[in-house]
Design a protein around this ligand. Sequence first.
Ligand code: ARG
Length: 459
Amino acid sequence: MAKMWAGRTDGVTDKIADDFNSSIKFDSRMYKQDILGSMAHASMLGVKNIISQADADALIAGLEGILSDIESGKLAIDFTCEDIHMFVEQELTARIGDLGKKLHTARSRNDQVALDTRMYLRDRTNSIIAKIKDLLSAIVLKAEEHKTSIMPGYTHLQRAQPITFGHHLMAYAMMLIRDIERFTDLLGRINISPIGCCALAGTTYDTDRNYEAKKLGFDDIALNSIDGVSDRDFCVEFASNCSILMMHLSRFAEEIILWSSWEFKFVELSDAYTTGSSIMPQKKNSDMAELVRGKTGRVYGDLIGLLTMLKGLPLAYNKDMQEDKEAVFDAADTVDMCLDVFAPMVATMKVIPENMLLAAQKGFINATDLADYLVKKDLPFRSAYKICGQIVGDCIKAGKVLETMTIKEYKAYSDLFDKDLYEEISLSTCVAKRISEGGTSPKSVEKQIQFVKGKIENA
Ligand code: ARG
């Protein structure tokens, strides 16, 4: 069959070219946005007397019918069509006759596809924000339970200073809050209507772009028609926000994997979010967390693919841009799946504070506090640091820890040591004392929790 755009050419293309050129396999998921956009367009054409009101009403009724028939499963998408825009127009014309051909007045597929993609990503962005909030709620709940559970904090993956598990979890909450902010900020840039930009130069018809934009819930219209049809910054930003979010999830996933190992055993994932091995009966693998970590790479790929696709494109529309959709769809689907599994995985994760404490007691992580003890007695920090370094070194050789050294032994290093040092280096004191804003003290963690709770409610 000749294409709808047959004219200059006979519109008969090779089957291989058709398959190569077609995007309906993936853009059919935008059927709703496409139809709603067309309804707003038909309405504007009627209001502006570009077509008669009766024609506009018939177009809208026809489109409504198509939408409800697709949704009810009565109408199947015809995958031999070039794209979703062609399918809807073809179906409309089949239903209401030649009048259907009036729909494309003062419009092009170039502004149409930009419109659909923006409307589609607007929905996906809102749903991602909601899903991040679900994960945040799970994190905050766990953090609240473990405001006082002591664990070693690490730098270079070496035990560094005592922190609470609640504090550690709230670090991820802060990252996710920024992710929400990034997606919210992006919504403002997505929500600019390109419809009416037409092929690239605007139109000679007396259209009302603001009318269409308002009907479709946009905040504003694109002010340059060439930019309106060529801009895919919003796709890049979407994939970029997804990438940053995935990077956060991946770091969290990596820690959950480490913590679940026998070497750490700080947490145990629920059976519902782990798998067994087909050969080793003792295994309980953190596959979900590993997959989140693994899928991060593909979302980065979506971002890099988009950036690379766009970098050499002359203005305005080029068919290369059809490649934008699979990238953003894949990023959105991947992020959705990861968030869907992450929230319940965290919510059902069993935390084992005894093991965290055990690890915290072994790593000399109160050595900074021992040095601070001397500093408070007026020894310069560098000298205190040196003395404590020697003590730690000697302890390691003797198989001792700071808590089990006698006061007599301490005195051999410095006269400034006294009995009150034990209270100073007890891990709970070390944590409770870190009262600086944002620090690990339970009070500070509580403040962070309240901040995040407020954001979940109001962001
Ligand atoms: N399927 C196309 C896309 O996704 C729609 C726009 C086609 N425009 C054109 N001038 N061929 O980009």
